[in-house]
Design a protein around this ligand. Structure first.
Ligand code: ADP
Ligand code: MG
Length: 697
């Protein structure tokens, strides 16, 4: 039996294994590739591939796969075995450098947003040496980027890696001006907190809506929800604890540093947070985490729901994206420093983030847009769709005094001069009070809280990295041209605060008053996915991504198409599922119960003529009304779906689905939910909210 420390990373072809198994020269070349992402020569790749294969076979692997992340939000893999025939009819196990560095899967069945029409159907996968290979089941998984034959990104990883290069490029220019010549690369780091629900598998299997759409499309509120706040951080039930234990073990073996676990606000809701790491690896790890959560849950006769809003009336699930920037020398650039020099650098990087979030509010909103997340944002459980930054009072005061050139400390009358004075220390815990802000500074990192639970974290980090790269580019341009660095820096910081202070908001983000205030400040409030997506193609956004070589206009357009189409498709599946459930399950059930009521009343009349039938009559009358309305609303929804068939433009279609289909769905649900409250349990055709939310003991 190995210890946890020994098991950690035991299924990863990581640094220690490489050091042990690779010739010294090859190991050095590999280390270089890990640090820089540069591709290896084929001869070196051959040596690495062979060592990887031997190691994987010892661990029981028979296959390898290029593991990639197409624009479906999840991962894809196609397994090939290591076997290779020999002339004498036997087999040997082989894995070449060529197979390691490049694969050529058929790209034609992955979303391409039109890139497929213009380019060849074939795509290729390219090894990402910065993310270690690992073993899942009997397969050696090689993290790869996925591109069209023409080199266009068809995945999440390619633009993420490009955005990391972009921010590193610009940050290095700025750091050089601060005299930090020893820094050779800058990386962003992320710790994503993952929320999820666990429901009993037998109950799940009886809910078509959960099976087809991941969320409940019907369900009357259960008598108890989250109002007693008794689930958050509550003691973990044995079945859930057993699940968490196995999940941790599986994740640790894969080198995922799962750290924190607790019950969340809603009943049946939980959270897992890993220790932060380089963004690209954090993104891969988060994909693995979501996959392993679902697998392990099944082994415990549970189902893990990653949907943003599985249940109406209780909190949905998000994914907090804790983000910072670090140098390869181990300095966190968002950590306030001890010296005037460190402080000035901190303030400039802080300004870069503030400016980026203000200039690209729309892109940040877009990066979390999905049909599922629309149910969450602004619903008093997650931040509103308005993007703003929480800095806390102390830091905000410091920025205000710099902006106005006034004394920061009223008593001492100290006038803060950037680069000359140390900014006053502010207690760390005061930076993390406000949980309602979409984007909060939490001491030495920012926590972006709008991301949905099922989404890849790449989308938001592509935007954050690129937008901050753009602020830094502007600062480097200005400062490189300045004759007096110190005063240029001071002016730059003042000017940035002045221009972008509207994005800073320290109050309650859930308050309706904030939405009015935000409007006065000119901040965007893009409430739904169809509202925000078209802005992706605004000139400034196209310019941002193309100038930093993160996404060309063609690639951006493709992403826009994929997201827009996805919205309509998701709603279409939900609507069809509702129709199926009403017509084949709910209507028959409520009719059967009404028949029983009618028969009871008739029997009373026949056998106990004086007895009251008021109960049966009242119930029957109301149920008959509701049943008629339910049926009429299925017709309305069907008609809405039929009309959707006439709309060709994808943006118009998305708007149509939100406008007409979603509202017809809401109306239909209202009828069914009321019927549920009056139908005898034994007739109701599916598990209730109460059973689902409190069914795991
Ligand atoms: P809370 O629930 O209070 O927001 P947690 O401790 O659960 O906080 O999560 C904080 C997350 O932030 C963890 O994943 C942690 O590793 C991550 N984190 C800490 N420092 C950094 C950093 N410099 N860069 C990115 N993420 C960080
Ligand atoms: Mg958090």
């Amino acid at each position: 039996m190995c210890t946890t420390a020994e098991r950690f990373g035991s299924l990863v072809f990581g640094d220690a294994v490489m050091k042990e198994r690779l010739p010294r020269e090859t190991y050095r070349a590999m280390q270089d590739a890990v640090a820089t992402g540069r591709r290896l020569d084929l001869s070196v790749a051959n040596v690495v591939a062979n060592a990887m294969k031997d190691w994987a076979i010892e661990k029981g692997a028979t296959h390898f796969t290029h593991w990639f992340q197409p624009m479906t939000g999840i991962t894809a893999e196609k397994h090939d075995s290591f076997i290779s025939p020999t002339p004498d009819g036997r087999i040997i196990m082989e894995f070449s450098g060529r197979e390691l560095v490049r694969g050529e899967p058929d790209a034609s069945s992955f979303p391409s947003g039109g890139l497929r029409a213009t380019f060849e159907a074939r795509g290729y996968t390219a090894w990402d040496p910065t993310s270690y290979a690992f073993i899942k089941g009997r397969t050696l998984c090689i993290p790869t980027a996925f591109c069209s034959y023409g080199g266009e990104a068809l995945d999440e990883k390619t633009p993420l890696l490009r955005s990391m290069e972009a921010i590193s490029r610009q940050a290095l220019r700025v750091l050089k001006l601060f005299g930090n010549a020893e820094v050779t690369s800058v990386k962003t780091t992320v710790g994503p907190e993952q929320e999820y629900f666990l429901v009993d598998r037998a109950l799940y299997d009886r809910r078509k809506d959960l099976i087809y759409t991941g969320r409940t499309l019907f369900g009357a509120k259960s008598p108890k929800g989250q109002e007693l706040d008794d689930h958050y951080f509550g003691s973990i039930k044995p079945r859930v604890a057993a699940f968490m234990e196995e999940l941790n073990d599986e994740l640790w073996k894969l080198g995922v540093p799962a750290k924190t676990e607790h019950n969340e606000v809603a009943p049946a809701q939980h959270e897992l947070a890993p220790i932060f790491t380089t963004t690209n690896i954090a993104a891969d790890h988060n994909q693995l985490t979501m996959e392993i959560m679902q697998k392990v849950a099944k082994r415990h006769d549970l189902v893990c729901l990653l949907h943003e809003k599985p249940f109406a009336g209780v909190n949905g699930s998000g994914k907090h994206n804790n983000w910072s920037i670090s140098t390869n020398t181990g300095v966190n650039l968002l950590e306030p420093g001890e010296t005037p020099h460190q402080n000035a650098r901190f303030l400039l990087f802080l300004c870069a983030v503030i400016q980026a979030v203000d200039d690209y509010q729309d892109l940040l909103r877009i990066s979390v847009a999905s049909a599922g997340n629309d149910h969450r944002l602004g619903a008093n459980e997650a931040p509103p769709a308005v993007v703003s930054i929480f800095l806390g009072d102390e830091l905000s005061d410091i920025l205000s005094s710099i902006e106005a050139d006034t004394a920061y400390d009223a008593k001492e009358k100290v006038q803060l001069k950037v680069g000359v004075h140390v900014i006053p220390r502010f207690p760390k815990d005061t930076t993390d009070r406000n949980r309602t802000s979409p984007f909060a500074f939490t001491g030495n990192k920012f926590e972006f809280r709008m991301l949905g639970s099922s989404a890849s974290i790449s989308s938001v980090n592509i935007v954050l990295n690129t937008a901050v790269a753009e602020s830094l580019r502007q600062y480097a341009d200005a400062l490189e041209a300045a004759s007096d660095f110190q005063s240029a820096l001071h002016d730059l910081i003042r000017q940035t605060i002045r221009q972008h202070r509207r994005i800073i908001f320290n109050g309650n983000g859930y308050d309706g008053v904030w939405l009015e205030e935000a409007e006065r400040r000119g901040l965007l409030n893009l409430r739904t996915t169809p509202d925000c997506l078209p802005r992706m193609l605004d000139g400034k956004n196209v310019a941002l991504f193309s100038s930093h070589r993160v996404l060309s206009e063609t690639e951006l357009r493709a992403r826009y198409e994929v997201m827009t189409e996805n919205y309509a498709k998701v709603l279409n599946i939900e609507a069809l599922t509702m129709l199926d459930m009403v017509k084949r399950d709910i209507l028959p059930a409520v009719c059967a119960y009404q028949k029983e009521l009618a028969e009871t009343a008739a029997a009373k009349k026949a056998f106990a003529p004086g007895a009251s039938c008021a109960c049966e009559q009242t119930l029957l009358t109301r149920m008959a009304e509701l049943t008629a309305a339910l049926y009429a609303r299925t017709e309305t929804l069907e008609e809405a779906l039929l009309n959707a068939g006439n709309i060709c433009d994808s943006a118009a279609l998305a708007r149509y689905y939100r406008e007409y289909v979603l509202s017809a769905m809401t109306e239909l649900r209202a009828c069914a939910d009321e019927l549920e409250t009056m139908t005898a349990s034994k007739y109701w055709p599916m598990p209730t909210y109460g059973e689902l939310l409190f069914g795991v003991r």
